[in-house]
Structures are given as structure tokens and as C-alpha cells.
Design a protein around this ligand. Structure first.
Ligand SMILES: [Zn+2]
Length: 138
């Protein structure tokens, strides 16, 4: 068995290419290989490597831990929640959250909003909320 690498991908993650004695070629993430060498066994399909400090370029063995697939995806969910955008809906004034990515997408397209819901976004296309506010003052 020969191990080539590690090679660094564009996003900073590293992987190795393993050529088995029978000629089988396998690509493996570098931190996974490090953990396998550390434990002296192969990891199962359900075991994934997590970078404790979330810096996936930091492949020190102290920074690596094994998570089950389920654990790792819930950690990934937490990461996504941090990128939520909080706003009050310009249509009904309700506090709402939206994925920041989605909001940014709207801004880039010069769309109004964000709105708390599809219904509000629909109303906003023919009712201008700012006009209603000024009329109330009179
Ligand atoms: Zn609303």
C-alpha cells in the first residue's frame, strides 16, 4: 500500500490518495487518515472526523475527534443557525429569522424584503407598508 499526498484542495481541505497492493485507488481525507493511524484501525462508514476548533486546516491530532454522522450533521446545523439574519417584517412588523444566504440573494437581486412569510411578500407587492404608516399619522 502506498500513500500519496496530502494534497490541498482549493478550499484548504487536505486529502491523500491511497494505492492498495491490488491496484485499488482510494481517496481519503487527510484528517481521517491521521485518526486511523492514531487509532491503528480503519474508521467505519458512520464515523466522521470533526475539527474541534472548526478550523479544518488544523489537522493536529489534538484537534480531531470522531463524531458519528448524526452528530456531525447536527453540529453543521448549529453552524448554519449562526448565519441567520434577524429582521422585523416590513409588512406585518413581526420579528422573523431567515437564512442569511437567502437574504443576501434577495439584496443582490435588488428585491424588497425580506418578509416573514410568503404571504407577506405577496401582500407587499401591491400594498406599500410605508404609505400605510404615513396615512395613519394624518
Ligand atoms: Zn410579515
Amino acid at each position: 500500500m502506498k500513500i500519496y499526498g496530502p494534497y490541498t484542495r482549493k478550499d484548504g481541505r487536505k486529502h491523500v490518495v491511497i494505492i492498495h497492493d491490488d491496484g485499488r485507488r482510494q481517496t481519503k481525507s487527510y484528517p481521517r487518515l491521521l485518526m486511523e493511524q492514531h487509532l491503528g484501525r480503519e474508521l467505519t462508514e458512520d464515523e466522521t472526523i470533526d475539527h474541534i476548533n472548526n478550523d479544518f486546516t488544523d489537522d493536529r491530532i489534538e484537534n480531531l475527534q470522531i463524531l458519528s454522522l448524526a452528530d456531525n450533521s447536527s453540529k453543521a446545523m448549529l453552524g448554519r443557525e449562526a448565519k441567520m439574519y434577524q429582521f422585523s417584517c416590513p409588512c406585518c412588523g413581526k420579528e422573523a429569522f431567515k437564512a442569511f444566504r437567502q437574504v443576501k440573494h434577495n439584496w443582490n437581486k435588488n428585491k424588497s424584503g425580506p418578509y416573514c412569510s410568503r404571504q407577506c411578500a405577496g401582500k407587499a407587492t401591491y400594498v406599500n407598508p410605508w404609505e400605510t404608516t404615513t396615512n395613519k399619522g394624518k
